[in-house]
Design a protein around this ligand. Structure first.
Ligand code: GCO
Ligand code: MG
Length: 402
């Protein structure tokens, strides 16, 4: 038995907000877990501080599964992003400790490497197709094999995923900023953008596109069909996914592969999607889907149904989450792709990590545990700043999905 003797919840804002749990054991090991929920950070911090930390002190740090069950079943109120991010932070920190105790990287505890490196996709975006083409070219020159492509739409001032900032940051204001959306303008524009990209770069690069939950199933079916000639690797979040059977309609109409899952918190959010083979990639993440223990369960179910992983890896997930995701990515049999948006230099300094990018791949490194830490002294220099995700309205003012 190795007791947890300290548990600290660290909120820091090195350019953007992150919540991190750090556990300390009586034999002097430490473990970290990401608990960041973009725009709702303090809810998870408080859930951890007020309700979870008191139950952790004195617990056996080697009982990872039991602790997961204790926090999930013990709360009585199951699921939801706040609960599952808090559980994820504890679970991730315990895996980190387990790896350090064994002197092995966590992927060795998960069965070892199934591949040499983790193929990642980068984000190319442009205000118009010309700018976008230059960006796609830049990513391919940097060795990326897969690129997510987002383009401005004529007539719309702001579009999800399109920004001139070096570090993409949608949580841009304390009170949500607003943008205006037109499905008609979007559906009219996107196929031409992909036609130009394929014409310029040929069939080689994997191309992805994020719809960000903005369409209905029949609209998504139309988009998927119109993109078939350009052989996308995936069309992401075509519709909001609360109604899992809504994906059947998309499936009946198009062979464009579908990816979904960045807002999922448990296996129950995608059980039908996976079981009925309504999707091709499940994009749940360590931090929002209950940690390494639960995400592994989701990926194992997915493997039975020809669904591959495609984990979310936006900059609002900390390097702690990325380190944990890479341990899974490198080890599971049904890995697909990993999203990768480099963090700012300030963030990287607060979270020193072993993973590194090379030629289209991320490599988790071979440090014992997750291979990441938080510099608490440096973190303390960046106090929390309120920041919210934007909202989106139709042209008549109706609130739409962002
Ligand atoms: C992605 C995502 C993100 C989210 C963000 C919300 O595919 O990378 O859609 O950009 O919008 O993580 O906090
Ligand atoms: Mg997305």
């Amino acid at each position: 038995m190795t007791k947890i003797v300290d548990a600290r919840v660290i909120v820091t804002c090195p350019g953007r907000n992150f919540v991190t749990l750090k556990l300390v054991t009586d034999d002097g090991l430490t473990g970290v877990g990401d608990a960041t929920l973009n725009g709702r950070e303090l809810a998870v911090a408080s859930y951890l501080t007020e309700h979870v930390v008191p139950t952790l002190l004195g617990r056996d740090a080697t009982r990872i599964e039991d602790t997961w069950q204790y926090l999930y079943k013990g709360a009585y109120w199951r699921r939801g992003p706040v609960t599952m991010s808090a559980i994820a932070a504890v679970d991730t920190a315990l895996w980190d400790i387990a790896g350090k105790r064994a002197g092995l990287p966590v992927h060795q505890l998960l069965g070892g490497r199934s591949r040499d490196g983790v193929t990642v996709y980068g984000h190319a975006n442009g205000a118009d197709a010309d700018e976008l083409l230059t960006e796609v070219g830049r990513f391919l020159d940097e060795g990326y094999r897969a690129v997510r492509v987002q383009c401005g739409v004529p007539g719309l001032e702001k579009v999800y995923g399109v920004s001139s900032a070096a570090i993409y940051e949608p949580a841009d204001a304390a009170v949500p900023s607003e943008s205006v959306w037109s499905t008609e303008a979007y559906l009219d524009h996107v196929p031409e953008v992909f036609r130009r990209i394929r014409a310029e770069f040929g069939p080689g690069p994997k191309l992805l596109h994020d719809v960000h939950h903005r369409l209905t199933p029949i609209e998504a079916a139309r988009l998927g069909k119109s993109l078939e000639p350009y052989a996308l690797t995936w069309m992401e979040d075509p519709v909001p996914a609360e109604l899992q059977e809504g994906f059947r309609l998309i499936r009946q109409h198009t062979t464009t592969p579908v990816a979904v899952g960045e807002v999922f918190n448990t296996i129950w959010d995608c059980e039908q999607l996976i079981r009925e083979q309504l999707i091709d990639y499940v994009r749940a993440t360590v931090v929002h889907a209950g940690g390494i223990t639960h995400l592994r369960r989701i990926f194992d179910l997915a493997a039975l149904h020809h669904v591959r992983s495609g984990s979310h890896g936006a900059t609002d997930l900390s390097p702690v989450c990325m380190s944990a995701a890479l341990q899974l990515d490198i080890s599971i049999p049904n890995f697909g792709l990993q999203e990768y948006m480099p963090h700012s230099a300030e963030t990287d300094a607060v979270f020193p990590h072993a993973y590194h990018y090379e030629g289209g791949y991320l490599h988790p490194g071979n440090e014992p545990g997750l291979g990441v830490d938080i510099d608490e002294e440096l973190a303390a220099k960046y106090p929390y700043r309120p920041a919210s995700l934007p909202v989106n309205r139709l042209q008549d003012g109706t609130l739409h999905s962002w």
